[in-house]
Design a protein around this ligand. Structure first.
Ligand code: ZN
Ligand code: ZN
Length: 353
């Protein structure tokens, strides 16, 4: 249900959600998602942003003019709360801090990724990706480009993300003078993803408990990407899909009156959206299990899973994302005892139990 219709009183790309909360649409260049919704929360010490947007001149222009339309400015900002480290959320945080002196807060698990990203040379990533894809059973022609210098010379986006200055502690209130904004740790999309629960009565007195800034965790019409927590220096076998499903239930139980997500539009009835997403992932797991009547590698699973277009039409980079998503589902099935790795197989194959 769409609850945020623009009214003529709103500036270009801005929307007043009431109760000292506004949103700005910050474009993500060349991305079908279109834009990030950056929220401006008034506090007694100046406005605080929830996320900042992609690091690009057009995005910076949208952010600064959006703040002006809200009657404030980048310079006036008191702080930045980052839902997760992805560049469409954290990209402009460094620039905002430079212009305003605002603090930047992030969960420790995502701050660790930022620190690692800053310290990892691109070659290390390419080698890591090539090894990972080999282990997943990707064909040589898919892996080969990762080993050539031509591809390696291209720079990767978001290689120097800003180090946060504050840690978001799960379950605690953020330091927002005059507001009650509590951090809810919702790992899955990233290991340190947080939702922010504004524990104040809804300005239109909608039933439920306050409002939830949901980042990429809970979106009205799309499911967030759940892959692996890629870390070249850590081979702990994590279960991001399991984390995500647990986090979804946690957010559903909060029963917020309204969800303010980082993409698309605000909506109500979080519990029913949570149920839809839980059902969606259970369907995917069951479908995958049916495929595993024969042993398959993660790559073969990805080729056979249902995506938003046929496998042949999926571009190179998106195939890597698809394989990582297939692996996240395989790990969940293994953890649940519904599938297992075939002993001695290399690349490793999986079968239903
Ligand atoms: Zn994200
Ligand atoms: Zn996003």
């Amino acid at each position: 249900m769409k609850s945020s219709q623009s009214s003529p009183a709103d500036g270009p790309g801005t929307f007043d959600h009431g109760g000292g909360v506004r949103s700005l649409r910050v474009p993500i260049p060349d991305n079908p998602l279109g834009h990030t919704l950056v929220y401006v929360v008034d506090t007694d010490r100046g406005p605080v942003l929830i996320d900042t947007g992609w690091d690009d001149p057009s995005a910076w222009e949208a952010l600064t003019s959006g703040l002006a339309a809200c009657g404030t400015s980048v310079e006036a900002l008191h702080g930045v709360v980052v839902t997760h480290h992805h560049p469409d959320h954290h990209g402009l945080s460094g620039k905002v801090r430079e212009a305003s002196g605002a603090w930047v807060a992030m969960h420790a698990a995502d701050a660790a990724i930022v620190r690692r990203t800053r310290g990892t040379r691109p070659e290390r990533w390419y080698t890591y990706m090539a090894d990972k894809l080999t282990a997943a059973g990707a064909p040589e022609e898919h892996i080969a480009p990762l080993r050539t210098t031509r591809t390696r010379r291209r720079t990767l986006p978001g290689l120097a993300p800003a180090l946060p200055d504050r840690e978001i502690v799960p379950g605690e209130f953020l330091d927002l003078p005059g507001r009650r904004l509590r951090a809810i740790w919702t790992p899955g999309h990233t290991p340190g993803h947080v939702c922010l629960h504004l524990e104040e009565e809804h300005p239109a007195r909608l039933g439920g408990h306050g409002r939830l800034f949901s980042g990429d965790h809970l979106l009205p019409e799309i499911t967030p990407h759940i892959g692996l927590y890629e870390d070249p220096d850590d081979d702990t076998v994590t279960d991001p899909l399991g984390d995500y499903l647990d986090s979804l239930e946690r957010v559903g139980r909060l029963g917020p009156a309204e969800i303010l997500p980082a993409h698309q539009h605000a909506f109500t009835d979080a519990p029913s959206r949570v149920r839809e997403l839980l059902a969606h992932h259970e369907d995917r797991l069951t479908g995958l299990l049916a495929l595993l009547s024969v042993p398959l590698t993660a790559w073969q699973v990805a080729e056979r899973m249902e995506w938003n277009r046929p496998w042949d039409a999926i571009p190179y980079g998106s195939r890597n994302i698809a394989v990582s998503e297939a692996e996240a589902h395989l790990r969940r099935l293994v953890k649940q005892g519904r599938a297992e790795a075939v002993t001695g197989s290399e690349p490793v194959t999986y079968m239903a139990v």
